[in-house]
Design a protein around this ligand. Structure first.
Ligand SMILES: Nc1ncnc2c1ncn2[C@@H]1O[C@H](COP(=O)(O)OP(=O)(O)O)[C@@H](O)[C@H]1O
Ligand SMILES: Cc1ncc(COP(=O)(O)O)c(N)n1
Length: 282
């Protein structure tokens, strides 16, 4: 006789709105891996398929904006989204569709499901992941709806014109990004390679909070930003407050960078699976 099983409790649920990286290092693959590592049920609204490996991006197929919006709406109305994040969004039309869908289903700052906006503009190989018309759409449509924005220093330069060369200048970058309307701003300092530390800066319009950490000597940091934003989103899906979620994300990505690994002939990924034990250990 089969045993009746009511099922385990439904875990926290998070949504990534992002592109696919065929090499598995970044994009929605890194996001789902991190959600898994954080014990969160991950869902996807795919914006684009990239043809990508450790050496670079050689092709992009963009998903129709209405299909991106439909993916968000169909999971939010049935399964529920307790927190969401964005990654590669490809173009302005997709960004506009996402903003509308998020309003419809209640994703965004101020009492709705927390919304982490990572303004991904290019791959770490320097290949563009965003059309030219999309930066303005980010400013107009997504930053004002964001609980948290998480630009790296290249994205800060593209979005604000500020070229951060020293840790002291992170504050100017945070103030300039904050003017676009997010509730919180996290400036990531991975690209500040002259700094022996890796200090990210969190700002809410009033107070600056430095998140210190060691800088590991590795080139294998593909997917680091996605992993950080996904770990933060996971903690937000569990109901943590923003500062604790960001502190957790920084700890999570720090260990992921420490355990990053070579892959193919180019840059390898951070290890979003560092919390998953090896099969032999089970
Ligand atoms: N070499 C490193 N050692 C430790 N932490 C790092 C290193 N590189 C990046 N990080 C951390 O990984 C996260 C992603 O940073 P960054 O590389 O700036 O973003 P992105 O991946 O979007 O370009 C940040 O929390 C940053 O501090
Ligand atoms: C589909 C996709 N999304 C995001 C990134 C950014 O990650 P990175 O800056 O580590 O290349 C990427 N390369 N590909």
């Amino acid at each position: 006789m089969t045993e009746q099983h009511a099922g385990a409790p439904t875990p926290p649920r998070a949504l990534t709105i992002a592109g696919s990286d065929s090499g598995g290092g970044a994009g929605l693959q890194a996001d789902l891996r991190t959600f898994l590592g954080c014990g969160v049920h991950g869902m996807t609204a795919i914006t684009a398929i990239t043809v990508q490996n450790s050496l670079g991006v050689t092709g992009i197929v963009e998903i129709p904006p209405e299909t991106v919006a439909a993916q968000i709406e169909v999971v939010a109305t049935d399964i529920g989204v307790q927190a969401a994040k964005t990654g590669m969004l490809a173009n302005a039309e997709i960004i506009t569709a996402i903003a509308k869908a998020c309003d419809t289903v209640g994703i965004g700052r101020d009492g709705r499901s927390p919304f982490v906006v990572d303004p991904v503009a290019a791959s770490m190989h320097g290949d563009p992941l965003l059309r030219d018309n999309a930066l303005e759409a980010f400013k107009r449509e997504l930053f004002p709806r964001a609980t948290l924005v998480t630009p790296n220093l290249d994205e800060v330069r593209l979005l604000t014109g500020i070229d951060v060369k020293h840790r002291d200048e992170l504050r100017d970058a945070a103030v300039a990004m904050h003017a676009y309307g997010p509730q919180w701003t996290l400036i990531k300092s991975g690209h500040l390679s002259s700094d022996p530390q890796c200090v990210d800066l969190l700002y809410d319009g009033k107070t600056f909070l430095e998140l210190p950490g060691p800088r590991y000597d590795t080139v294998h940091t593909h997917g680091g930003g996605d992993t950080l934003a996904s770990a933060i989103t996971s903690a937000l899906a569990k109901g943590w407050d923003l500062v604790e979620a960001v502190r957790f994300g920084k700890r999570y990505v720090r260990e992921a960078v420490r355990q990053s690994y070579p892959l193919g002939g180019g840059v390898g990924p951070v290890s979003g699976m560092w919390r998953i034990r090896d099969l032999d250990e089970v």
